[in-house]
Design a protein around this ligand. Structure first.
Ligand code: HEM
Length: 422
């Protein structure tokens, strides 16, 4: 693998998406990891069909997705955590985030058994998913699944949950998953279990990174009470601007536009993504060509060479981000607006924050992911007082999946929460 280290060169690599392709790599590792047949000549048009469904995560489609997520988050939170009159409750933060985000995301993407109802067996599904996720780096490293203990049986249980006959009975399924189900049905050679495996790949894409990203955003806010206070105030202000005086007893439904106005919250989330993301952008050269690095330099790349960007290095560069290990909730804010100018060697960077990859294959779920995290944190901040329990070491990153997305915490963190009196 050739690593491009200079972030000023990134734009030249990213614009070569025809010659430096992401899908050659993803189509090699994803089928063996998730269990579907490679998307090749046996399924003419499938790759393009799948790519076309990604627009159902963005643009106008983001509004119903965001509304549905809001309702599902509120339902899970109200039924499991919003009890009147309770005092402080203690909990493990990663587990707490996982339980709520996994279920709400699942309901939003795949739908529920009936309107306003939750799936039975969600705890088991989540446990199986976490077990699979723990093996994910080994599967991506192409270790055969039969060498990984019960991973194959575990994956089978996950696929069985997502079989088309089950999905077809669920309601409030997202347009994204509906469209994918319809297009899989057009390919006779895709078996039901293959369709389930495609659905499972999307479940991993949507929950595998969003959940740890949510944990880190929550952790940094709870461990920086002054930032938490500013973000909470911003939330109340945005609600007030829409004529809502939050009293604590009613359900909250923040609209997409209201979420867009939460600049301090967005900056906090971006700052935590800077600190916890470790995604590599892996690209495979499709032909011999000369890659221009800047006005003077270029390098010859051979067909099959792997060219990689590792933005974590840029995210922690003290030239770009002074005091890079420190969480500063307002790092991405300037004069009440989003800050977008960051410099390296005196030159403005086109790319300075890249948790979601780059170029034409940049994560299509990024807007939804950011909204989900905003929604989750907004509800927590509105309804609860939150504190870290004393006497704990600072949370650290587990490097076990370096290069593959959002890093998990090395150990869980205990926190306390209680209903706020507004
Ligand atoms: C691809 C990160 C959430 C769906 C990717 C890539 C990254 C990434 C790094 C590879 C892009 C590249 O190399 O250019 C993340 C992070 C997330 C997140 C950090 C959360 C914080 C989501 C969500 C969804 C999603 C919520 C769906 C609802 C996808 C899909 C791809 C992808 C389908 C493959 C795109 C393709 O094949 O062209 N994501 N993602 N992601 N992501 Fe996400």
């Amino acid at each position: 693998m050739t690593f491009i280290l200079d972030p000023l060169v990134y734009p030249n690599v990213i614009k070569q998406s025809r010659q430096l392709d992401f899908h050659e790599f993803s189509n090699k590792v994803s089928p063996v990891t998730f269990g579907y047949p490679p998307v090749d000549h046996r399924f003419p048009g499938l790759k393009e069909d799948i790519s076309r469904t990604f627009k159902l995560l963005q643009g106008d489609s983001l509004t119903p997705l965001t509304e549905s997520m809001m309702g599902n988050l509120m339902m899970v939170l109200r039924q499991d955590h919003l009890e009147e009159g309770g005092g402080w409750r203690s909990c493990s933060m990663f587990q707490f985030c996982y339980a709520i985000m996994f279920e709400a995301t699942f309901l939003t993407m795949y739908g529920g058994p009936a309107p306003g109802q939750r799936h039975s067996g969600m705890d088991q599904l989540r446990e199986n998913f976490i077990k699979f996720d723990n093996m994910f780096p080994l599967l991506i490293a192409q270790i055969p699944i039969w060498l990984l203990g019960r991973t194959s049986a575990n994956r089978e249980m996950l696929l069985n949950y997502l079989l088309p006959k089950k999905l077809s009975h669920w309601t409030n399924t997202s347009q994204f998953i509906k469209r994918r189900s319809e297009l899989f049905d057009r390919y006779d050679s895709l078996r039901d279990i293959d369709k389930a495996a495609h659905h499972f790949a999307v479940l991993w894409a949507s929950a595998g990174n969003t959940t740890p990203a949510t944990f880190w955003a929550m952790y940094y806010l709870v461990s920086h009470p002054e930032a938490l206070q500013v973000v909470r105030q911003e939330l109340h202000d945005v609600l007030k601007l829409s004529g809502v005086e939050f009293s604590g007893s009613e359900d909250v439904a923040l609209s997409r536009e209201q979420l867009d106005r939460l600049l301090c919250l967005e900056s906090s989330i971006n700052e935590s993504l800077r600190l916890c993301s470790s995604s590599m952008n892996i690209r495979v050269a499709q032909e011999d060509f000369s890659l221009r690095l800047d006005a003077e330099r270029s390098v010859d790349v051979r067909k099959g060479d792997v060219v990689t960007l590792y933005p974590k290095r840029m995210h922690l560069d003290p030239d770009i981000y002074p005091d890079p290990e420190t969480f500063r909730f307002d790092r991405y804010m300037q004069d009440g607006a989003e800050k977008t100018d960051f410099y390296k060697d005196g030159q403005k960077l086109k790319y300075y924050l890249m948790p979601f990859g780059s170029g034409s294959t940049m994560c299509p779920g990024r807007y939804f992911a950011l909204n989900e995290i905003k929604q989750f944190l907004s509800l927590l901040l509105l309804y609860f007082d939150l504190e870290l329990e004393e006497g704990q070491a600072r949370a650290t990153l587990d490097p076990g999946r370096a290069g593959l997305g959002i890093l998990l915490p090395a150990a869980d963190v205990r926190f306390r929460y209680r209903m706020r009196r507004v």
